[in-house]
Design a binder for this molecule. Sequence first.
Ligand SMILES: *Cc1c(COP(=O)(O)O)cnc(C)c1O
Length: 435
Amino acid sequence: MKYYSTNRQAPSVGLEDAVIKSLAADRGLYMPERIPVIDRDTIKSLKNRSFREIADIVAQKFFGEDMDSQSLTDIVADTLSFDTPVVPLYINNIYSLELFHGPTLAFKDVGARFMARMLSHFILRKGIDREVNVLVATSGDTGGAVANGFLGVPGINVFVLYPKGKVSPIQECQFTTLERNVTAIEIDGAFDDCQALVKSAFMDADLNGRMQLTSANSINVARFLPQAFYYFNAYAQLDREGKAGELIISVPSGNFGNLTAGLFACRMGLPVKRFIAANNSNDVFLEYLKTGKYNPRPSVETYASAMDVGDPSNFARILDLFGNDHRQITGLIAGNRYADDEIAETVRRVRREYGYLLDPHGACGYQALADYSLKPEETGLFLETAHPAKFKETVDTILGEDIEIPAKLQAFMSGEKKSVKLGKDFDGFKAFLMK
Ligand SMILES: *Cc1c(COP(=O)(O)O)cnc(C)c1O
């Protein structure tokens, strides 16, 4: 299968190069030239299969032309050591799709681990003998998932850039205590500065001549596409209960990788009636839905910090998927936005009335469903993208409680934190990378 660039000014490439390069030479995002379809009978049979079996079916359909079947099955099995259960809230047909049972308790674990394994497979197959360097800028959650996904993978170095004092202590531990092939770099600046450094590195011809650089953000096809697995798994679970007939799926969104994976699942044949893009105050996408105009702008800080994105990178993929047709897009995707006071109120109310603890991101997803007013025959599913304890400071403030930290998270906090401290100037960063 060939992958073309959304900007269409760069040549199409095979999966191997799309994964190794991440971004096309014209700065566009790679898109598969065809989206394979899974037939109705197979979709109906999913309810009798395990998560791994379901993911394997989806992976073979998508990547099967470009990779031998057994290697792909091994990568899927190695990625999915955990489940993504669908949990009923016992109210108005609303279910939570808990995506936080992976190693760093974030949905990004699925894509990060899968990409690490696939990249490593391609490096070996291509006989690339120099090390591949993964650069990742993080406002908190991506760094942990990527660092742990790539930890100990031979031939790959990971550099995690994060803004000093702006990530939560738990998140910081998830990528500063690992060592081995993971280097944490604390930047004296904001998240935007970290992202700018990574972008400058990709554009620096000299640096790229000397080092093989790639990205593990959701611009990489191997990172965002595997996220389609758990949409199919959720469908299978709901189908077992006879609840999958008319599915409305609400996705807390920042860079829109997760939602885009859902749209791909839908194109592959997964029956979804509607998607809802749930945003915090960073609502450029909602504005696009309402007006047809896209006005990227600097992000503002909110309680749902992983969604503080003012220019979502996967927006280009959504436009491309629907041939830039605003009517088609609004026909399948609705949207809503929630300010911090509304997020707080939702977390408190859902805890009080249904005994379910939401994180600030999942709260946007839940509330967008609650406000959608589902019909009796519809099932609402929101993606709970992180364990609430990952945002403990915020959730504690909202609830006035001291919420429990799961053992898996606690384990990271006992390690010794190590990071390199750098300023936000590119020359300093470049000099560090080259030595
Ligand atoms: C990354 C993240 C999001 C946003 O996901 P996108 O794919 O960037 O839209 C939402 N919630 C949490 C907890 C995240 O870490």
